[in-house]
Design a protein around this ligand. Structure first.
Ligand SMILES: O=C(O)CCC(=O)C(=O)O
Ligand SMILES: [Fe+2]
Length: 339
């Protein structure tokens, strides 16, 4: 039985007021998911369309061609970059016997010291579009991080955004193209239940290609609509879905919620999506966030973090030891890929 759709709020952050920042924080700490109205400028709808088109062309290329850029390989430019084959990744190793029936391609952002990773055709012919898209996504993430800092009453409202400033050095940030081919298999789980690794994720989906579900605190799966406005004059550009990842949940001592989600649909047409996983710079120390709100929250998130750690198969940290963003990511990648 399908549950009713979630009540994920949609925010217009083009003229951010303190109330908006507070509402964004509330959504991030209750649902862990929120929508941001696409203002048509920050991430131009044409770039979204063009990126989807490019992604389709890439995934339609021959397997051997994609295989050359296999994830983590030297040719792909290093760890967590490149092509993930069908069943090549299991987001829910405990709950699934085989890997996810999907393909992906991970692209790291270029930094001043590291050029864009080597890309296969046709991606390599469109590096300007890809880097522009990554930059636009990062700009939106920066605005959201700014709102969260504001609502947390961190004296420096750019506390989170400066720590995600990609010009300061490498990070775990990854732009991921996803392709769920049509399969004859009866299995309906296309991306296993998981929470994202980083700070915040932007997710782009195509109208008519539902399938994303989130797990509510009551333990039920509910669909996340591609476009939450049910009106017939729905905007042609759906709002952008944002969700909180494990790193930001950990960094905020469980105040911000990283919600478990999955992709499920049986048979049907192929499906495409794109995700921008925003991470802090590698050397950022995930130390106590200097915020009155955090102080008041205290250790109320302790249980949530403990169960998250168990679910992820992570060993407990020693109390009081501050880890870096890179160490946080490496723990997750070790569990996912056995690196
Ligand atoms: O394809 C989707 O809609 C979601 C994918 C996802 O959750 C992920 O890659 O982390
Ligand atoms: Fe995800």
């Amino acid at each position: 039985m399908k549950m009713s759709q979630t009540d994920i709020p949609v925010f217009d952050i083009s003229h951010p007021a303190p109330e908006v920042a507070q509402q964004v924080l509330d959504a991030a700490s209750t649902h862990g998911f929120l929508f941001i109205k696409n203002d048509g400028v920050t991430i131009p709808p044409k770039d979204i369309d063009d990126m989807f088109q490019l992604s389709k062309e890439f995934f339609a290329s021959p397997l051997e061609h994609k295989q050359e850029f296999a994830i983590h390989s030297e040719k792909a430019g290093g760890i967590n970059r490149g092509w993930v084959s069908m069943q090549g990744e299991s987001l829910d190793p405990e709950g699934q016997e085989t890997g996810d029936p999907k393909q992906a391609f991970n692209i790291a952002p270029p930094t001043p010291s590291t050029p864009l990773q080597p890309l296969p055709m046709p991606l390599s012919a469109h590096t300007a579009l890809i880097t522009r898209f990554q930059t636009s996504c990062h700009t939106l993430c920066t605005s959201i991080l700014y709102l969260l800092s504001t609502a947390l009453h961190i004296p420096d409202a750019s506390y989170f955004s400066t720590r995600h400033d990609s010009t300061r050095g490498p990070s775990g940030t990854i732009f991921r193209l996803l392709y769920y081919p049509k399969t004859d298999s009866t299995a309906s789980i296309r991306a296993g239940a998981h929470s994202d690794y980083g700070s915040i994720t932007l997710l782009f989906r195509l109208p008519g290609q539902a399938g994303l579900e989130l797990l509510t605190p009551a333990g039920t799966w509910v669909p996340v609509p591609v476009d939450p406005s049910n009106t017939s004059d729905a905007p042609s550009t759906p709002p952008i879905l944002v969700n909180i990842g494990d790193l930001l949940c950990y960094w905020t001592a469980g105040l911000l919620r990283s919600t478990i989600h999955r992709v499920t649909f049986s048979g049907g047409e192929e499906r495409y999506s794109m995700a921008y996983f925003c991470h802090p710079c590698d050397d950022v120390r995930l130390e106590a966030v200097p915020s009155k709100v955090m102080e008041e929250f205290g250790d109320k998130g302790k249980e949530k973090l403990e169960s998250q750690r168990k679910r992820l198969g992570l060993r407990g940290e020693e109390d009081g030891v501050v880890i870096t963003a890179r160490e946080h990511l490496e723990r997750r990648l070790r569990v996912t890929y056995g690196l």
